[in-house]
Design a protein around this ligand. Structure first.
Ligand SMILES: [Zn+2]
Length: 161
């Protein structure tokens, strides 16, 4: 059984962090943090560190470190999925903010979204942090296809390696 891991990274891996959040991985970002600061924060918050650096964590903060290749987003996603399980279900957290999305009714979305999306039966969710709305649209379909190609199975199956 793979560990269910929460991650911490800095702004340099934001594109990877966003992809992983689509899959349900809890990836916190400390923008501008130095690697030593990341190690210390990850130790305090019980997270593993995602980094491109080869540096080892100090003895004072012996955190798990997952090294990912530079400028190879697909290989980086594969490396994470191969060794760690996501904290929550796919499509359940905001890809930008990492917070849990909240289910919203069509009624609550009136005036915020086009009418075609605010009909009964369209599952809507909303990020309490940035206020963005999410629904099963073309973006999700494209992401779904990207993950199927990169990790060889649909996002909903990352929990069953
Ligand atoms: Zn958000």
């Amino acid at each position: 059984m793979l560990p269910r891991t929460r991650f911490l990274t800095d702004g340099s891996l934001e594109q990877l962090a966003r992809r992983l959040r689509f899959l349900g991985y809890d990836v916190a970002t400390h923008r501008g943090a130095r690697l030593g600061e990341l190690f210390a924060a990850a130790w305090r918050e019980d997270r593993a560190v995602l980094t491109m650096s080869a540096r080892q964590p100090p003895k004072s903060a012996p955190v798990t470190v997952l090294r990912v290749p530079r400028e190879d987003l697909e290989a980086a996603v594969r490396a994470v999925v191969a060794a760690h399980l996501p904290a929550t279900a796919p499509w359940s957290r905001c890809p930008a903010c990492n917070v849990a999305l909240q289910a919203r009714s069509a009624f609550e979305a009136r005036g915020e979204l086009p009418g075609r999306l605010t009909r009964p039966g369209v599952p809507l969710s909303w990020c309490p942090d940035c206020g963005r709305w999410f629904w099963p649209g073309s973006h999700v379909a494209r992401m779904h296809a990207w993950f199927e190609r990169v990790i060889g199975r649909p996002p909903d199956a990352v929990d069953q390696p």
